[in-house]
Design a protein around this ligand. Structure first.
Ligand SMILES: CC(C)(COP(=O)(O)OP(=O)(O)OC[C@H]1O[C@@H](n2cnc3c(N)ncnc32)[C@H](O)[C@@H]1OP(=O)(O)O)[C@@H](O)C(=O)NCCC(=O)NCCS
Length: 201
């Protein structure tokens, strides 16, 4: 697959049929990867997907008119949580994997989120090493595990909680040289910067 032919854009309600197709394919093929289920969304009319695209921010990767991957972004509800965004519903069709489609979708969401929230959070089911590596490569840091987060067909799944602080990226850009040696770590509940040098301040 020639990656130069792939472009990323935000979906509009006019993409409802394509979105429905790839969303249902993801729920069917990788049921363990999502909070929702195929059964819950398969019965929804096209208008339901149209409404979702009217009220949500969902990005798609396209080759021509063919949709290869999707990822959603949502700002948390409520005044006290509105500084946090959620990355959800990430899926790439098997024939398009390993070509950077997911990375480009996440980068588009990070760029979109940067002017809207301070932090992007996500969760990934324990055992989904490909997704976990992908998020880590893009700067998401693990800050906890939710035991028995999902229950499907009588089986429980733990989820790893990950977050990326967007302000930290901006700070690092501004004070890049004096902060050389700074590193990110997670103390289990929050993400902090450890400065390697006292002069880094
Ligand atoms: C997880 C998932 C989204 C990754 O999608 P993807 O498009 O294959 O991801 P990328 O191509 O950006 O990266 C995947 C791998 O390809 C490699 N890669 C990226 N661009 C590449 C390129 N141009 N050439 C060769 N390899 C490349 C990456 O290094 C990465 O390798 P790694 O997994 O060994 O670290 C996809 O496997 C998927 O949809 N899985 C099922 C649903 C799911 O798990 N969703 C996540 C829920 S949290």
């Amino acid at each position: 697959m020639d990656v130069a032919d792939i472009h990323i854009r935000q979906l509009t309600p006019g993409d409802a049929a394509s979105y429905r197709g790839i969303r249902l394919a993801g729920l069917k093929q990788n049921p363990e990867a999502f909070g929702s289920t195929f059964e819950a969304e398969f019965t929804k009319p096209l208008a339901w997907f149209f409404d979702r695209l009217s009220s949500s921010q969902i990005f798609g990767a396209f080759r021509g008119t063919e949709i290869l991957g999707i990822a959603g972004f949502a700002v948390r509800g409520g005044e006290k949580e509105a500084h946090k965004g959620l990355l959800w519903g990430m899926y790439v069709r098997p024939n398009a994997r390993g070509t950077g489609v997911a990375r480009r979708l996440i980068e588009a969401i990070i760029a979109f989120a940067r002017t809207r929230v301070e932090l992007i959070q996500l969760s990934v089911v324990v055992g989904n090493e490909q997704a976990r590596r992908l998020y880590a490569r893009l700067g998401f840091v693990e800050y906890g595990v939710e035991k028995n987060s999902l229950k499907y067909d009588g089986k429980y799944y733990d989820e790893i909680l990950m977050a990326k602080e967007l302000a930290l990226d901006a700070d690092r850009d501004e004070v890049c040289v004096p902060c050389a040696g700074a590193e990110l770590y997670s103390d289990g509940s929050s993400i902090s910067i450890a400065l390697a040098s006292p002069s880094a301040g």
